[in-house]
Structures are given as structure tokens and as C-alpha cells.
Design a protein around this ligand. Structure first.
Ligand code: 26Y
Length: 802
């Protein structure tokens, strides 16, 4: 039921609103308007319609005086917004019609919007899905992050190798945000602490201002809107006029340049703790601004700090904002006079921490010396936190140890709840990284399995399937996704399955058209589209996928008249710029594609496609078009995965290991609708202890041995035969991610895929049952879990209008 706050509008009236913006906001008349002008006018006209529900939500929140949720995240991987906002406002058709009447192409305008790519991958996209669900559920919430001037780098291939160039989404105005120059906070760095008089005083060496930019986040049917508040760094003194007048223009703008570097660029690495001073400054910058902002809001409403935790829930998206603990303690002690014990216990009741990785190389630790030089007061406070933790719990786990400040331990100790992001991952969090702390604080670690927003990841990205679902089970599913279960009853209905397949075929044709237009690549829409899209990581095992592709190529060549299922292997994803092995894997995929795609003997049966610059918008085209979802990480390494959920929801069965949320997806869709292979997490650990496990696996698999030999001998790199010898030797010497051990099992599972795919009715039924049975993976369900188990407040969801 549409909310009263969104008045219905005709295409004519909405067209007039667009024209008004064209004239008054863009200063253009129709005859001179460029695509950019139309896009900005459409965006501003849509934004206008978000403002009333946004004000209304803010008013209700203020009146309720209940609890607000603050989601602190270094990353928000948002993507485009025009379609998202139009759909949530129920205005998609009106917008299309309005632009058609103005002689403009809605789809072309939508495609002109740059992605807001303020994130690397899963963790950042999760934050964006959570913002969508918080608004849909009517939970008063703020997202807090950094307004990076440059989002995730753009990826180009030069002779198959990844090159990076700066992303420039803010080169054009960002239509959705409201600049708030009046909302700004000083952020201090460095200097020293004077403890002489008993009450410590921090004398910082450097100060920048954090300045707010607000983007409203509208929920389903415009019922509620929250705010995403991103901080931009500004100098305290913009400009040194004396230097300028002397003619020293560089010196004149030095303070500005220094401050601006803090919010200049997103760190493009999600694997290795780079230990860079600038990253620590970024983390403190946005965390301090956010904590100052929420405290100011609380106090301005007359709040009593003794009751802070009844009104404030702060969720830390991994350890990147873990400095929130000491920062809140600092403000409570140094500015509001609480004693240490009260300050710590107050902060802890507000704070909760989500862990997203077990990879030891991604756990943040800062050299103590560096940390102390940048945040001397916080260093001291962390010592106080550690002392209280050791004394109160009897724990032996230190926060500062071996000259390092361990952010995971800090986040854990300062949180009242710690959660993992899938059932398996949460168990492993308890058993591995935080085993000791789990014993010291029993019950603190809980699970909240990830989810995805069905508005973007089905309703918006898959119009043909959306229409079929609406006709089959009605239109109430986008905010009650378990209703998809109603599709199961139709899984034996041939007419329904035909239409389900027709929707998939339409999406495959759309992908083929898009790729043809973008890259000149021609796909066979009758072939199976087998898709692996995600960051390039050794643990995600794109290499294993490629080895299987080469093995298949060998076998097709040997038996060209065999009963092969034509496949297109689609890869997408970026490697961290400094991750050498990941970049070699990209290069090898492209080199292999070049050779295999040119082979006349296999050309109609096997093709490899790797479009440059995978991002959220590309995912929205690839996922609905996928037949098969590749989720093949080494068991125990992928905390959850969320792409896995998006594929299943869009009717692509999974080939996968028992890792992350795959385990729960398989339980939901049924083992018979999931292509399982590979070692379990426990078997992985056991296998690693066996001597020479990789070489033995290769010896036992002539198929694999042959492929490795081909790569090593330069079959795929004829101009540089030794190019991959290091990569292959590495696999034989220390195959930490067990590519060699899982290869045969994977190859065999792929042949099971071939067999089922050849029986189109059986395949479509399996695909439809995937869609029908994954409603539980809505991020609405996830957020409901956070609200119930972590943020616990009766007033939280009460504000939702019915
Ligand atoms: C500290 C720095 C090196 C760093 C930066 C980004 C470390 C980690 C990250 C990002 C991690 C990440 O994206 N993790 C993914 O989170 C998803 C959401 O929970 C999971 O689905 C996915 O399995 C996990 O890899």
C-alpha cells in the first residue's frame, strides 16, 4: 500500500518537474540539453520526491525518542541510484513515460550514471544492502562513511594484464547528496598528551575538518528514508593568503592539499593489511566525526549520558572503525567527565562488531609506535581498556602485544556482541581467531547470516522474472521475500517453467547485446552461461575454474564429436593493485581466452569471456543472465559470500563447496538442486598437514598434470613461454588453497552440471526451485536479526507505518 507521503504523479506532471530542473538547476533549455543534463534533471526530480518521506521519518524518529542505529563502514558499494530510487518510489513507469514524452530514452539516461563505487567488494556491498533494508523496515538509522573523491579504481586490460586508472565519479556533480557545510567537526592527529594535572590534555599537531554530505536512502514504497552521511576532509584554514601574495602558490594551498588527501581515495585492497599511516588516519577521521556527530545529536535532544546505550546502537562493519571504542571512551572521559569504568561500560553497551574475515593477513594490526604517534591519547586509553578487560574477565588476551595494536581484539573487548556472517563462519570465529576471547566472554559471539536486498537484486535487475513472479504469486514479495516459496507449487507446471526459461533467455539476450555493443564480443545465447564474478583472490580459486576450462578444452579437442554442452565461461573481477599472484591469474585467464576462443575446433563449444572493469552495474546484467553460479572457494575461507545468494535468487543453481553461506543456501534449495564438490573445512585443515599434498594430488590426476604442463611450457603464452612458471611452481610447492586437491572433484561436478543442463526441463525446474527457496536470504531478514539480537530496542521497528 503506497504511503500518503508519496503523492501519485502523472507522466505529464513529472515531465514538467524534470523540465523545471533542466531550466532552473542545470540552466539549459531543451534544445541544448546533453545526456548529462537530462540525467541530472531526472535525478533531481526524483530526489525532490524523496525529501518529504525523509523529513517525515526524521520527525517520527525525533518524536519517538527511541534508539537509533549507527552503521559505521569504511565502504559503501552503492552502484547507480536512479533506477533504485524510482523503483522504491513506485515511479519507474512514470519516469519512463515522462522521458518518452520528452523524446528521451530512459534506459540510456539510467546507463549514463556512474557507479558510486565506495567499496571493494562484499563488505561494502553488504553495507549498501543493509542501508536499503534499514529504510524498508523503518528502523531509524544513519550510515556513516567516507566521501572518497575517487572510488574503486577502473580496471583495463593491456595485452591481458590488469592496469588501473583513477575512478572519477565526482568529476560530475553527485545529484543525490546534500552538502552540509554547517555540519563539521575537528579531527586531530599527532602531538602529545599532557598528564601533569591528573586530567590528561591532548595537544595535537595536526587538525582537519570533517564536513558532512547527506544522501537520503529511501526504502520500499517510500515508507521510510534514512540518511547516509559521508565525511569529506577539509582544511581548517583553507588558504594561506600571505604565501599567495608572496607568489608562493604551492605553499598557499598546502594546508588544503594535506587535508584533502585523507578523503581522496578508497584503499583498493581487501586482503593485506597495508599498515599505511594514511589508512589509519582515514579510519580515525570518519570514526571520530561520526561519534562526535551522534553524541552531539543525543545531547542536543537533552539526553543523559547514563542512558546513552538506550538511544544509541553503533555497529562496526569489521575492525576498520574499531577506534570507535577508544574514541567514545575519550569523549566520555575527557569532555564529559565520566570515570574510566563508567566510560568503558557505557561505550560497550553501545557498540557491536561484525567480523567478515578469518584470513590472518586481513586482520588489522598497527605498529604500536605508529599508532601512538598518530593517536597518542587513544593509545593511552587502549591501555586502560586492556587493563580493565584483563582485571574484569580474568582473560589473558592482550590488545597490545609484541609491539602491535590488535584491532580485532580491541573491537571484541569493546563490543557487547560480536557476530560472524554465516553459520559456518560464526562457528569458525568461535573456534579460531577468537577462541580465547570466546571462552572469556561466553555468549558474546553470535551469528547473523548475510542477506541481499531483493529490490536491487531481483526486482530492479531482472524485469522479466519480476513480471513472471508478480503474475504467479502477486506483488507482495519484494519486502516479504519468503513469499517466493509460493513459486514451488508451480515447479511441476510446464507452462510456468517455459516462462521461467523465457525470462532467463531474455536476460541472456540482453547480456549478449550489451557485450556486443560494449566490447564487440559475440556470445551464443544457447550455450550455458557459467559465471564467476567477485574479487580475484587465491582463496576464491578463479585459477581452479580456469584449469577446469583448459581440461575441458583438451577433451573436446580429443573427441570433437562428443556430446558436449556448449559453455561460455564468464569471469569478472578486479585484483588489488599490489596482489601479484592475483594479477598473474588475470593475465592467464586473458591469455587462455585468446588462444581457446580462436580455436576453430572448439569455438562453438567453449568460449572464455572476461569483460573489463567488473562493478555493481555489470553484476546487475550478468547475474540475471547466468545459468550457473561459481562459488568454489576453499572451504573455511569465504566468510559468507553474497553473490552466491544473488545468483540463486535469479535462478542460477550453484556449483560450490561447503563454505560460507553456501552451506545454508544448499540447505534451503535442497541438496539435489546444488552441485556440491570438494573438501570440507575440517578436511582442508587435515589435508594441509599431509606432506607434499599438492604434488601427490597432481600425480594422481593425469588430467590436471597435463593442464599444468601446458601452462608451464608456455602453450598459452607463446611470446613469453616462462610467464607462468612461477605461478605453476607455486601451486606445486605450496598450494595453500588446495586447488590441486579439489580439482578432480570439481571437474566431475562440472560434468554432472553438463548432464542436467542437457535436459532443459530438469534444469529449468532446478533453477526455478532455487528462486523459490532462497527468500530467507533477504537482507530484511538479516537486519531483523541484528535488531532483535544486537540492537535490542522495542521502539526500533515500532515506527514502521503499516
Ligand atoms: C583491512 C583491509 C585490508 C581490509 C579491507 C577490506 C580487509 C577486509 C576488507 C573487506 C573484506 C570483505 O569484503 N569481506 C567479505 O565480506 C562479505 C560480507 O560479509 C562476505 O560475504 C565475504 O565472504 C567476505 O570476504
Amino acid at each position: 500500500m503506497p504511503d500518503m507521503s508519496i503523492p501519485p504523479v502523472t507522466p505529464q506532471d513529472f515531465g514538467a518537474e524534470i523540465l523545471r530542473h533542466l531550466k532552473h538547476s542545470l540552466g539549459k533549455d531543451e534544445s541544448h540539453a546533453a545526456l548529462y543534463d537530462w540525467r541530472m534533471s531526472l535525478s533531481l526530480a526524483l530526489r525532490d520526491r524523496v525529501v518529504d518521506p525523509w523529513f517525515e521519518s526524521t520527525r517520527k524518529t525525533y518524536e519517538a525518542r527511541g534508539k537509533r542505529v549507527y552503521y559505521l563502514s569504511m565502504e559503501f558499494l552503492i552502484g547507480r541510484l536512479i533506477e533504485d530510487v524510482a523503483i522504491n518510489l513506485g515511479m519507474e513507469e512514470v519516469a519512463q513515460a515522462a522521458l518518452a514524452e520528452l523524446g528521451q530514452d530512459y534506459a540510456k539516461i539510467v546507463a549514463d550514471e556512474p557507479d558510486a563505487a565506495l567499496g571493494n567488494g562484499g563488505l561494502g556491498r553488504l553495507a549498501a544492502c543493509f542501508m536499503d533494508s534499514l529504510s524498508t523496515l523503518g528502523i531509524p538509522a544513519y550510515g556513516y562513511g567516507i566521501r572518497y573523491e575517487h572510488g574503486l579504481f577502473e580496471q583495463h586490460f593491456e595485452n591481458g594484464a590488469q592496469m588501473e586508472t583513477a575512478e572519477t565519479w565526482l568529476a560530475q556533480r553527485h545529484a543525490w547528496e546534500f552538502e552540509r557545510p554547517e555540519v563539521s567537526y575537528p579531527i586531530h592527529f599527532g602531538g602529545h598528551v599532557d598528564e601533569a594535572e591528573g586530567s590528561p590534555v591532548w595537544h595535537p599537531e595536526e587538525t582537519v575538518m570533517a564536513s558532512a554530505y547527506d544522501t537520503p536512502v529511501i526504502g520500499w514504497q517510500g515508507r521510510w528514508a534514512n540518511t547516509l552521511r559521508l565525511w569529506s576532509a577539509k582544511p581548517i584554514t583553507a588558504f594561506d593568503l600571505a604565501s599567495f601574495n608572496r607568489g608562493d602558490y604551492m605553499a598557499a594551498s598546502a594546508p588544503e592539499a594535506l587535508a584533502r588527501t585523507i578523503s581522496r581515495v578508497l584503499y583498493p585492497d581487501d586482503t593485506t593489511k597495508t599498515g599505511k599511516e594514511l589508512r589509519l588516519k582515514q579510519e580515525y577521521f570518519f570514526t571520530s566525526a561520526s561519534i562526535q556527530d551522534l553524541l552531539r545529536r543525543f545531547l542536543s535532544e537533552g539526553g543523559d549520558l547514563a542512558e546513552l546505550a538506550d538511544h544509541v546502537a553503533i555497529q562496526l562493519n569489521d575492525t576498520h572503525p574499531a577506534i570507535a571504542g577508544p574514541e567514545l571512551v575519550r569523549l566520555l572521559m575527557d569532555e564529559h567527565g565520566l570515570d574510566v569504568a563508567r566510560a568503558i561500560s557505557t561505550a560497550r553497551r553501545c557498540l557491536a562488531y561484525t567480523n567478515h574475515t578469518l584470513l590472518p593477513e586481513a586482520l588489522e594490526r598497527w605498529p604500536e609506535e605508529l599508532f601512538q604517534s598518530i593517536l597518542p591519547r587513544h593509545h593511552r586509553i587502549i591501555q586502560l581498556i586492556e587493563a580493565a578487560h584483563l582485571a574484569d574477565s580474568g582473560s589473558a588476551v592482550r590488545i597490545i602485544e609484541h609491539g602491535e595494536v590488535k584491532m580485532g581484539e580491541l573491537a571484541f573487548v569493546m563490543a557487547h556482541k560480536v557476530n560472524g556472517v554465516s553459520a559456518l563462519h560464526s562457528d569458525l570465529v568461535k573456534e579460531t581467531v577468537f577462541a580465547d576471547l570466546n571462552r572469556d566472554y561466553p555468549g558474546r559471539i553470535i551469528n547473523q547470516t548475510n542477506g541481499i536486498t531483493p529490490r536491487r537484486w531481483l526486482y530492479s535487475c531482472n524485469p522479466p522474472l519480476r513480471a513472471l513472479i508478480n503474475e504467479t504469486i502477486g506483488t507482495a514479495w519484494p519486502d516479504d521475500l519468503q513469499q517466493l516459496e509460493g513459486l514451488s507449487a508451480h515447479a511441476g507446471d510446464a507452462a510456468f517453467l517455459d516462462r521461467f526459461q523465457a525470462a532467463k533467455d531474455a536476460n541472456k539476450a540482453r547480456l549478449a547485446d550489451w557485450l556486443k555493443a560494449r566490447d564487440g564480443v559475440v556470445l551464443d545465447p544457447a550455450a550455458m552461461f557459467d559465471v564467476q564474478i567477485k574479487r580475484i583472490h587465491e582463496y576464491k580459486r578463479q585459477l581452479m575454474n580456469l584449469l577446469e576450462t583448459i581440461a575441458l578444452w583438451n577433451e573436446i579437442r580429443e573427441n570433437p564429436n562428443g556430446d558436449w554442452t556448449p559453455r561460455v565461461k564468464i569471469f569478472g573481477g578486479k585484483a588489488a593493485p599490489g596482489y601479484v599472484v592475483a594479477k598473474e591469474i588475470i593475465h592467464l585467464i586473458n591469455d587462455t581466452a585468446k588462444l581457446i576462443n580462436a580455436d576453430p575446433a572448439t569455438r562453438d563449444l567453449l568460449q572464455i569471456v572476461y569483460p573489463e572493469n567488473y562493478n555493481v552495474s555489470m553484476a546487475e546484467i550478468l547475474i540475471p543472465a547466468a545459468d550457473l553460479s561459481e562459488q568454489i572457494s576453499t572451504a573455511g575461507k569465504e566468510a559468507s559470500g553474497t553473490g552466491n545468494m544473488k545468483f540463486a535468487l535469479n535462478g542460477a543453481p550453484t556449483i560450490g563447496t561447503l563454505d560460507g553461506a553456501n552451506v545454508e543456501i544448499r540447505e534451503c534449495v535442497g541438496a539435489e538442486n546444488f552441485f556440491l564438490f570438494g573438501l570440507t573445512a575440517a578436511e582442508v585443515t587435515a589435508r594441509r598437514a599431509e606432506p607434499n599434498y599438492a604434488r601427490r594430488a597432481v600425480e594422481a590426476s593425469p588430467r590436471l598434470a597435463r593442464v599444468l604442463k601446458q601452462i608451464e611450457s608456455g602453450v598459452f603464452s607463446p611470446s613469453d613461454k616462462g610467464r607462468y612458471s612461477g605461478l605453476i611452481q607455486g601451486l606445486l610447492d605450496h598450494d595453500y588453497f588446495l586447488v590441486t586437491c579439489d580439482f578432480d572433484s570439481y571437474f566431475e561436478a562440472q560434468r554432472r552440471v553438463d548432464t542436467v543442463f542437457a535436459d532443459q526441463a530438469a534444469w529449468t525446474r532446478m533453477a526455478a526451485l532455487n528462486t523459490a527457496r532462497v527468500g530467507w536470504f533477504s537482507s530484511d531478514r538479516t537486519i531483523t536479526g541484528y535488531a532483535r539480537d544486537i540492537w535490542t530496542a522495542s521502539s526500533l521497528i515500532a515506527s514502521r507505518s503499516s
